[in-house]
Structure formats: structure tokens, C-alpha cells
Design a protein around this ligand. Sequence first.
Ligand code: GRF
Length: 193
Amino acid sequence: MIRKRVGILISGQGSNMEALIRATEAPDCNYEVAVVISNRPDAAGLDRAKTLGVPVLAVDHAPFGKDREAHERALDAALRRSGCEYVALAGYMRLLTPFLVEAWAGRMVNIHPSLLPKYPGLDTHRRAIEGGEVEHGCSVHLVTIGVDEGPVIAQAKIPVEAGDSPETLAARVLVAEHQLYPAALSGYVASPT
Ligand code: GRF
């Protein structure tokens, strides 16, 4: 089996990134992590990835100012230099322009902490509680131009418990994310749509 080469984009702590990397220890995993790239040079996830033996890069968005596409061209070049065939967003906190979305159409996935199409955007856990949901969870989806609107590849559901705060709910969803994302990515790269 030839593993597909995946680049992971992060902005922060990178717990999903770590789960994606650790899953490659399983012999039946269909991907390998070619590079981890952060738009924030101080992202804690960069050190985590380095410790796990994965090449890392910072492509800081700050010097590009308002030119988001120029930043994405630098990201795209770095992904291609690393031989990436797929891109996994893992807590990458920048809105994408059509340039990067179209460059990786059908080959870029994201994890979102809600049962899409419910609760796209930020602050999903509080909104799910306030919405009276009895079930919440996470979704892995293809990235398209509309934020959190791409086709869903896989979901994991968890019950909302009486007395849940956004923080307690988020912590349980995060555990589900760490299980769902590697399995969904491995399955997707083996037979992409
Ligand atoms: C996760 O909740 C993910 O669903 C969302 O951003 C968060 C990233 O967390 N897209 P981490 O950096 O992977 O720990």
C-alpha cells in the first residue's frame, strides 16, 4: 500500500494534528504526514509535531498584511514542495480565499466541532447547548468556498448531558474529534470522491 502524503495546516495547540500523526503508526493507515505548517510561528502544535518527528514550517501571515491570497500562494508552494497530495485543516483559524480552496478542490478536508449543517462557524458548543440540543458532535468535511459548507465525509455524535457547560461539552467533543479525524482521513484518501 502506498500511503498518500498529507500536509496539515494548524494555528494553535494542534491536538487534532497530533491524533492525525499518531494514527500513522497503525500499519493500515492510508496516509502519512509530509509536513505540518502553521500560520502562527508561535503555535504550540509546531513543537508537538517536531517531537513526533514530522517536518514543520511556519508560514507567517503577518508579513502579507491584507493580501490573503499571497499568503496562501506561499502555503500552496510549501505544500507542493513537500509533495503533499492532500491537505488536512486542523484548527487552522484563517478564512480561505478561493485560490487555495480551488487549488486543492476535493483534496482538502477540515474538522468542525458540530453536526454540520448545524452550527457552522465559531462558538458551536455554547450555541448547541442554548439551542436545546440533546446531541452534538463533530464533522469531517471537504473544504469548499462556503465556510463549513462542504460535503460531510464523516460525523461522530455525542449526547449533551444535563449540566453541560460549553467547556465540558467541548472537551468531550474533542475526544470524539481525535477518533473521527484520522479514520475519516484514512478512508477518504483511499477512495476520494
Ligand atoms: C477543534 O475543535 C477543531 O474542531 C476546530 O478547531 C479546534 C482545533 O483544536 N476546527 P486543536 O488545535 O486540534 O486542538
